[in-house]
Structure formats: C-alpha cells, structure tokens
Design a protein around this ligand. Structure first.
Ligand code: ADP
Ligand code: MG
Length: 248
C-alpha cells in the first residue's frame, strides 16, 4: 500500500481524467476531503458527479491523474481493492439490499465474510448500527416490508457495519418522497455530527448548505467552482448562479 505523506486528506483527487469512448466525463478534476469533513458534490445531471464518486471506490478506473483514499493509491493497477473497500462505504440512490435476506442478514453478511467476525459479534454490530439509523425494530424484517426511507437507512446501516473511514452517498434521497427524504437526511446529519468523513452527491441544496464544509460544483466534467457552503448563497460563476437559482 502506497502512503501519501504530504497530506492529511482522507480522499484526494488530482487532475483526474476519465472518458467513456470519445466522451470526456472527468476533465482534470481535483478536490480533497479532510478527516471529519463533509463535501457536497453538486451540478447538473451529466456533469460527472457519479463518475467522480465511482472512481473514488474504483468502480471506475481513471485514465489519468491521481486518487488517494485513506492512503490507497486508487489510480494504480495494483491497488488492494479489498482493503480499499473496507475503508470506504458507498450508498446509492437504489438501496441494493438483498431482497431474500433479512435486514440483520444483509448487515452481518460482509462483516462475517470480509472481516471474519463471529456471527454473534456481527449480530451485536447489526443492532448497534440499526440503532444509529433508528431501525432497531426491523432487525428481522425483509427489505420489501420496509418503506423506501427505511430501506435507505438500512442500506446506510449496512455500510456503517463495515466501520468505514469515509462514506460516499450518491443521491441517496432522490427516489424518495419529501417526508422519507427528511428521515434519511436526518441520519446523514447525525453521522456528520458524529464526525464521519463524507462525500455526498446531492440535489438537496438546503441540506448541503446546512452540513457541508465544502462544496464542489461540477460542470462539464470540471470543478467549476468550489468553496465553503456560502458559495451557494454567493456564487461567483454564472453557471453556479444559474444552477442554484433554478433550483437545479
Ligand atoms: P452525473 O452523476 O453528474 O449526472 P455521470 O457521472 O453519471 O453524471 O455521467 C456523466 C456522463 O458520463 C454522462 O454523459 C453519462 O451519460 C456518461 N456516462 C456515465 N457512465 C457511463 C458509462 N458507464 N458508459 C458510458 N457513458 C457513461
Ligand atoms: Mg449521478
């Protein structure tokens, strides 16, 4: 494992390039997330947000540039994917829970298989992470018995059970009704308050303003404007002005 001695960043991207065929999706993207920081990745649909997030967890390989995540050189072909994915939790818009497993089984699967936890330890852990997302009573339920918001909270709990050093969220509330969105955002807000390092792709501007330490506005595969949450109220580029003005 390659260490990055020059930085305390949990995640850092430097001049990252990524194309799909002839379509350049990431065109020299750089940003960093320090320990305990919340970074909100915003921008219009197609601007490259999900691709940037997927590169961090190596679901996509970059064409150029450097990505360091918890000391792992993600851009290198010899990156230890197993170690990387123990440090990084990722939650998508669709919940991706295994439908044929109970919530408890969904949560204990990876800690047992990947971390070698004993079944009893994993079950204790499942209770703990479900309490964190307010779903203790759903331990033995199946995903289809849960609302969308509850499923998303269970998916977050499943990620937390791996005790990641950083959590990535990709529009985790965009498939939910406003009421269910609020309960999921509350869980994320609590994680932030507890000091979890997070990179969050979101369309919830009010939420981003409230909890993000840093905003990265992407436009056409580039970081077009970045800064503290106040850039959402005082944007300097016409593109961000338009983006926040139109409620994206
Ligand atoms: P965002 O999350 O900001 O909406 P994405 O990162 O999903 O943007 O996509 C950026 C661009 O890359 C889009 O034009 C999308 O169609 C394209 N794209 C994303 N993934 C793939 C893929 N696997 N193959 C081809 N094109 C892709
Ligand atoms: Mg996306």
């Amino acid at each position: 494992m390659q260490q990055n001695p020059s930085s305390d960043s949990i995640v850092s991207l430097r001049d990252v390039q990524k194309s799909f065929g002839s379509l350049r999706v990431l065109d020299g993207v750089s940003f960093a997330v320090e320990r305990g920081e919340v970074l909100a990745l915003i921008g219009r649909s197609g601007s490259g947000k999900s691709t940037a997030l997927r590169c961090i967890d190596r679901f996509e390989k970059v064409d150029g540039g450097e990505i360091v995540v918890c000391g792992h050189r993600v851009d290198r072909p010899d990156v230890d994917l197993r170690a990387l994915r123990q440090d990084v939790g990722i939650v998508f818009q669709s919940y991706n829970l295994f439908p044929h497993l109970t919530i408890e089984q969904n949560i204990t699967l990876a800690p047992c298989a990947v971390k070698g936890l004993a079944n009893s330890q994993a079950k204790d852990l499942a209770r703990k992470v479900l309490a964190q997302v307010g779903l203790e009573e759903k331990l033995h339920a199946y995903p289809e018995q849960l609302s969308g918001g509850q499923q998303q909270r269970a998916a977050i709990a499943r990620s937390l059970a791996m005790q990641p050093k950083v959590m990535l969220f990709d529009e985790v509330t965009s498939a939910l009704d406003p009421e269910l969105t609020a309960e999921v955002l509350k869980v994320i807000e609590q994680l932030a308050a507890d000091g979890m390092t997070m990179v969050m792709v979101t369309h919830e501007m009010g939420f981003a303003k409230g909890i993000a330490d840093r905003i990265v506005f992407m436009h056409r595969g580039k970081v077009h404007e970045t800064g503290p949450a106040s850039i959402l109220t005082s944007p300097t580029t016409p593109e961000l002005t338009q983006f926040v003005g139109t409620g994206n």
